[in-house]
Ligand binder design. Sequence first.
Ligand SMILES: Nc1nc2c(ncn2[C@@H]2O[C@H](COP(=O)(O)OP(=O)(O)OP(=O)(O)O)[C@@H](O)[C@H]2O)c(=O)[nH]1
Ligand SMILES: [Mg+2]
Length: 201
Amino acid sequence: MVKLAAKCIVAGDPAVGKSALVQMFCNDGAHFQKNYTLTTGVELLVKTVPVPETSDSVELFIFDSAGMELFSEMLDKLWEQPNAACIVYDVTNEQSFNNCAKWLEKLRTQTSGVHIPGVLVGNKTDLIDRRVVEQKQAQEWAETSGLEYCEISVKEMENYEVPFHILANSFHQLYKEKVEIFHSLVNWKTGANQATDIKDL
Ligand SMILES: Nc1nc2c(ncn2[C@@H]2O[C@H](COP(=O)(O)OP(=O)(O)OP(=O)(O)O)[C@@H](O)[C@H]2O)c(=O)[nH]1
Ligand SMILES: [Mg+2]
């Protein structure tokens, strides 16, 4: 049984539903934040996510960040060295989708080129008549940007767990790959030593 810990940044424009999503996920669907309370810095929430078909788990340290520029400029220090990223937009707000590129860029400056698992989340799918960002368009952008993609409605409690499960699974997968590389290096080194011993006989 392995217990991993990952720092997960939640980013995106103001009022797209980041805090509503994080609260809903961490409260196991117990509460939907109907009123908008602007986040002015970062709120840290912690939740352990089990990895399917294993006895392993990932403890997610979720950093729910302010979307408003005035506050988001102060986030650099808090965003240092993330292990996973969740970029949220509102499917009824085109600007919030276009700005995802800016959020991704901001996140990438924190990872110094190291690949981290990321997911693009289209929220508020319950507002069917007001939708302006099509799924296909967002999915294509996510793919070309190296992100997973999902659509959710926090209000309707639809798929609100999916982004964090995707991130936990991807983080766990990366961990397994690193362990395999480590084992193959150890085996290679042991094999190389044995070959040297035989040669020395
Ligand atoms: N219709 C609908 N409204 C939602 C949904 N998710 C969140 N909201 C509403 O959107 C508003 C903004 O939500 P927040 O979670 O506070 O937004 P935020 O992204 O954290 O905003 P900042 O903290 O300013 O960056 C609130 O009134 C929420 O109730 C959803 O799935 N559907
Ligand atoms: Mg917020």
